[in-house]
Write a new protein. Structure first.
Length: 265
């Protein structure tokens, strides 16, 4: 009898241990430790998006609002904004690269959506965009109502823009490219009449070529978040702290105005 109760006590203890181990392994953690051990942050950023992350082929420099947030994170962790390695992501590759461990986080014009929340965790909103249309000056296309059958609309693989436009203009012919510079080159080459994505990205294209204009207003909400591996609550908290610090110190407003040319709302 004594033996049996000792055995059951042992079993209870074993079960408790297993439950703890099980719970522990479910929580993804340690990005911040990995960053500290490595001595730098690896940020997945765009190389194709003026104002947010654009690589200048002549200098090799990558610049934009998202890039400056990545540098600010390096400064927060290491006291040195150069302790960041930038890795190119596209809308299609960013989630797989994060999940593979190739990058620590995504700072790349990424809209927070319920669907994406199943795969990654997001920070608080750090930028508010909305989907719009870019056309050549003088185009007959002035809004969603003009995206009729036969109209070719250009956009990018893996973006919310591609998904949304199929819902909003189901008759249009949607063509998807690997990145935004390819899509814009195609628009300029006449491979389509319209390019659609977030207004802020389209504004960057308009700056690159003022023969193109935004039309049709904003027809979606695209709140941008910084994405980290699902379950890494410690790292999300660090990133949210950074955003709060940047807002209260005025650094966020300064960067916003520097890149967007206007003050944040
Ligand atoms: N914000 C939209 C998205 O997350 C469009 C911009 C992009 O493709 O990164 O899909």
């Amino acid at each position: 009898m004594k033996k049996r109760s000792r055995l059951s006590a042992l079993l209870v203890l074993l079960t408790v241990c297993l439950v703890f181990v099980g719970c522990g392994s479910k929580k993804e953690s340690g990005t911040i430790d990995a960053i500290k051990a490595r001595g730098k942050v690896i940020a997945g950023v765009k190389y194709d998006t003026k104002l947010f992350g654009l690589k200048d082929p002549a200098s090799g420099k990558v610049e934009g609002f998202d890039i400056d947030i990545a540098k600010a994170l390096a400064k927060k962790i290491f006291g040195d904004e150069t302790k960041v390695e930038l890795k190119e992501v596209t809308s299609k590759t960013r989630i797989p690269l994060l999940q593979n461990g190739d990058i620590d986080l995504i700072i790349a014009t990424m809209t927070i959506t319920e669907e994406r929340k199943e795969q990654v965790d997001f920070s608080d909103v750090y930028f508010k965009a909305g989907q719009s249309l870019l056309v050549k000056k003088g185009s007959e296309i002035q809004g969603l109502q003009d995206l009729k059958k036969g109209v070719k609309v250009l956009t990018v693989k893996g973006s919310t823009s591609a998904k949304n436009i199929r819902e909003k203009a189901p008759d249009a012919n949607v063509l998807e490219f690997e990145n935004y510079q390819d899509a814009f080159t195609a628009l300029k080459a006449g491979q389509g009449e319209v390019l659609t994505t977030d207004n802020a990205i389209l504004l960057g294209m308009q700056q690159q070529d003022p023969n193109y204009v935004l039309v049709g207003g904003n027809f979606t909400d695209e709140p941008y978040g910084i994405a980290v591996k699902k379950g890494d609550v410690d790292f999300v908290a660090q990133v949210n702290d950074l955003l709060k610090e940047m807002k209260s110190s005025g650094e966020y407003d300064k960067l916003y105005e520097q890149w967007m040319g206007v003050k944040p709302e």
